[in-house]
Design a binder for this molecule. Structure first.
Ligand SMILES: Nc1nc2c(ncn2[C@@H]2O[C@H](COP(=O)(O)OP(=O)(O)O)[C@@H](O)[C@H]2O)c(=O)[nH]1
Ligand SMILES: [Mg+2]
Length: 451
């Protein structure tokens, strides 16, 4: 476990429930030896792990609130320290007074994620599990929540450890050869090394694929609806969202501000942006809107070019297509299928997938959802997927390239050993066995207060 430079022995306190009014609000306290603290606040030390009705008293002995106290003496608590949870009435004033009282009793206000950080530092969970806690709280879809839950329960960590264990065996085998001159390493040993390396590489690829999918579940994808005015972009956003979010009129140039709406695409949170139609315009406001459309396209993971299928694809549509950033996946949508009585026009030279639909009637929308999912790389199966963060993917890719490099170095055992060592280190950074302190600060600062 990582040693910490932080003072992890002081007492921390925070309001753990969301801001605003609620039936119940929770103030959470963690530190070493909270029995005296509980005595001061509740007039008694609650029996461990038994909900105890108490008066929470102020500095002058007056009552702040009556509520339940839960006392979890170390080490059987979330943080591994003594933890006291005070459930009061969920009004902001009550909870602020309760928190203030904790401060006069010697606590300080916890930083975001500090409870989970202590849980990690005290060996209650590893880093990937702690990140799963934050991901569960942030989950935007049910599938994402399930996936985060698996991380909390250590499934991702188990997969990492299984891989690391095999790597350790290969490293041990390799380190043992280092004492011998190159020519004395027998062919059997070398074959064994290569066989083991191949197995590890295959498993790492599988893990990486599952993690890639998980990062889609966690972060979602940004999809921009672009096209000429009146093609039906705003109608399409409304149809996808199932709500009248964007204004739709027959007047070209209605949409100016980019409008963003998140939709649930088979469990993946997809952020759809409706934009101002792309055309030459003299209107200064519309021109700003058009500039923003191009900005949005630059940042997106996928551009959906909406084409008025009645008019068919025009030179303007082809010009927009040509101006899209290179390498950005694109999906062509031929809209207004309810009106077209002739076959929809097809963009001759584009290899982008295409869907014919009607934003007005909803015909073809399911086909669009499927095409969107495919275009952003979602394979549609949330089971067995790991809730990976960019940090995890980087580490996995790093390990993968180390192992690929190792494969080329089998004739030079020192270099081979070194590549294995670095691959191992990259893997262990995921669960936090080797993680620098500044990275820890970065990870936990993104948590909620009180978690
Ligand atoms: N018949 C028909 N009309 C549509 C369809 N989609 C949009 N429209 C109409 O086309 C016009 C422009 O639609 P809008 O969504 O504002 O287009 P935008 O400028 O691309 O955002 C409106 O009058 C819509 O009612 C469709 O699928 N079928
Ligand atoms: Mg519009």
């Amino acid at each position: 476990m990582v040693a910490s430079n932080h003072d992890t022995h002081d007492t921390i306190a925070a309001i753990a429930t969301a801001h605003g009014r609620g039936g119940i609000g929770v103030v959470r306290v963690s530190g070493t030896r909270l029995d005296g603290f509980a005595q001061g606040l509740c007039g008694k030390t609650p029996r461990p792990r038994v909900a105890t009705l108490c008066d929470f008293s102020d500095d002058d002995g007056g009552r702040i609130d009556q509520g339940l106290a839960l006392y979890f003496p170390a080490p059987h608590s979330y943080t591994g320290e003594d933890v006291l949870e005070l459930q009061g009435h969920g009004g902001p004033v009550v909870l602020q007074r309760l928190l203030k009282r904790c401060l006069t009793l010697g606590a300080r206000v916890a930083e975001p994620g500090e409870f989970s950080k202590r849980a990690y530092l005290n060996g209650k969970m590893d880093l990937a599990q702690a990140e799963g806690v934050a991901d569960l709280i942030d989950a935007a879809t049910e599938q994402a929540a399930r996936c985060a839950n698996r991380s909390i329960h250590g499934e991702f960590s188990l997969a990492i450890h299984a891989l690391a264990r095999q790597l350790v065996e290969l490293r041990a085998l390799t380190e043992a050869t280092l004492d011998f001159p190159e020519e004395e390493i027998d062919i059997g040993t070398r074959d064994d090394q290569l066989r083991r390396l191949a197995v590890i590489r295959t498993q790492l690829d599988t893990l990486l694929a599952a993690s890639d999918q998980g990062s889609l579940l966690r972060d979602g994808a940004l999809v921009v609806l672009a096209g000429q005015p009146n093609a039906g972009k705003s109608s399409l956003l409304n149809r996808l969202a199932g709500e009248e979010i964007a204004i739709v009129t027959e007047i070209p140039g209605t949409t100016r501000d980019a409008i963003r709406q998140s939709i649930n695409l088979y469990g993946v949170p997809v952020h759809v942006i409706d934009t101002a139609g792309l055309r030459e315009s003299a209107d200064p406001v519309e021109r700003i809107g058009i500039a923003r459309t191009w900005d949005a396209i630059e940042k997106s993971d996928l551009a959906v070019l909406v084409i008025d299928g009645v008019k068919g694809e025009s030179a303007e549509d082809r010009a927009i297509l040509a101006r899209l950033p290179k390498g950005l996946p694109c999906l062509l949508v031929y809209n207004k299928a309810d009106l077209a009585n002739k076959p929809m026009a097809r963009a001759g030279d584009s290899e982008s997938p295409r869907v014919t639909l009607s934003a007005k009637t909803g015909e073809g929308i399911e086909a669009l959802r499927k095409a969107l999912a495919e275009a952003i790389g979602w394979r549609g199966e949330a089971e067995g997927v790991f809730m990976a963060r960019a940090r995890h993917l980087d580490a996995l890719r790093n390990a993968r390239s180390r192992l690929a490099q190792a494969q080329t170095e089998t004739r030079r055992q020192e270099l081979f050993a070194e590549e294995l060592r670095q691959a191992h280190e990259a893997l262990m950074s995921i669960t936090g066995e080797v993680t620098p302190d500044d990275l820890l600060g970065e990870i936990f600062s993104r948590f909620c207060i009180g978690k």
